[in-house]
Design a protein around this ligand. Structure first.
Ligand SMILES: [Zn+2]
Ligand SMILES: [Zn+2]
Length: 383
């Protein structure tokens, strides 16, 4: 069995060849000594070997002596961030990695932890002690990167996902925001990393609300369907899931209802684990306002009674689509409203105007019909 005295003899030899700091010396002998506290082991071996601490460590060039200061910076950077798990990554100078490889090869130290994993493990231990958070290899709440080439520290939190619904009374508010012209949505200085430009859209308003609540940099949306600026959304509203990028508050209290002005209201916000793997299927009610090229009377509209049930879409590829229910109401000599409940993907405009769908409103009424606008209600996820 290797005794500490044997190791001290080997250490004398090592000190003769390389100037090593206590930490690197301890790491080199840690496996043989069966000890995990490298600095303490190195210090003991050095004092037994009778050497003074070297001015500069041949392997780490003083990196381990500076880790405390880097940990200070990590703590400062994360002081306003909510997290309970973390992951530390480090970038080392190539000269440190080379010297580490050479020394380990020279002493055939297979299995001994390398300088890089030693740096991240040491920083993790220090940071965990300071913050009470646990290190985690997967799904860490925050990933911290320490660049030992220039001493910079950066952090990125894992996204949170919020699901909610919105209703909208405005007939001038677009659903989606324009992408930032500079970065096309990725996020840049110009758009304050939001990825969008302008104001006054559903997306801008909800993004602002959720980013402020969670201290996030950016929100990316999965909408259950879309509508035009002129369309209202009522009833249970339109569901969406927002991916909130780099949140500083991942446990912020959400809300039952929040009004954002101009009749835009967000309902029942709650956290969900992630985005769905496949695009969700849903059904919705559309109230379509239609104008006709010629006058029509109430009798002519009766043809619409037969329009429920299956319709065949000869558009991109032939499909059967289902109308779950329908009703209509005449609004004037050249106008009426058609209310239908259908599944996601139903081509509303073509159903009114185009013979690529059979039956369609224009053919049934035998008068040219134009789709003006549709209002939406009760968008429900398929079960
Ligand atoms: Zn060292
Ligand atoms: Zn941008």
């Amino acid at each position: 069995m290797t005794t500490i005295r044997d190791l001290a003899e080997a250490a004398v030899k090592t000190f003769g060849e390389y100037a090593l700091c206590d930490h690197c010396m301890g790491r080199i002998f840690s496996l043989r000594a069966g000890l995990a506290d490298y600095t303490r082991l190195g210090k003991r071996l050095r004092s037994m070997a009778g050497y003074a601490p070297p001015k500069k460590c041949h392997v780490c060039k003083g990196v381990f002596a500076e880790l405390g200061a880097h940990c200070d910076e990590m703590v400062r950077l994360t002081s306003d961030v909510e997290f309970s798990t973390f992951l530390v990554g480090a970038t080392l100078k190539p000269s440190v990695l080379d010297a580490d490889d050479n020394v380990r090869a020279r002493y055939a130290l297979r299995g001994t932890p390398g300088a890089k994993s030693d740096v991240t493990a040491t920083l993790s231990k220090m940071f965990s002690r300071r913050t009470g958070a646990r290190p985690a290899l997967t799904l860490a709440d925050i990933t911290l990167k320490v660049d030992l080439r220039d001493g910079s520290v950066s952090g990125e939190t894992r996204p949170v996902f919020v699901q909610a619904r919105y209703t909208k009374e405005s007939r001038t508010m677009p659903q989606k925001a324009d992408r930032c012209g500079v970065c096309a949505g990725r996020g840049c200085m110009r758009c304050a990393y939001r990825g969008t430009s302008g104001t006054g859209s559903v997306e801008n308003s909800i993004s602002g609300l959720l980013c402020d609540m969670t201290g996030s940099r950016q929100a990316r949306f999965l909408w259950l369907g879309s509508e035009d600026a002129g369309s209202t959304v009522s009833g249970n509203g339109r569901p969406f899931i927002a991916k909130l990028v780099c949140p500083s508050r991942r446990r912020a209290r959400l809300f039952r209802q929040r009004s954002l002005g101009e009749g835009l209201v967000v309902h029942d916000a709650r956290y969900v684990a992630s985005l769905p793997k496949a695009a969700p299927r849903f059904s919705f009610t559309a109230r379509i306002r239609i104008t006709t090229d010629e006058d029509i009377d109430a009798g002519a509209l009766r043809g619409l009674r037969t329009i429920a049930g299956d319709v065949t879409d000869y558009g991109t590829r032939t499909r059967i689509r289902k109308i779950h229910s329908s009703s209509y109401k005449r609004t004037g000599p050249r106008g009426f409203q058609l209310v239908i409940r259908v599944d996601s993907g139903f081509p509303l405009r073509r159903f009114v105007e185009s013979s690529s769908i059979s039956p369609n409103v224009t053919d049934v009424l035998e008068v040219r019909c134009r789709y003006d606008v549709a209002d939406f209600a009760d968008i429900e996820l398929a079960r």
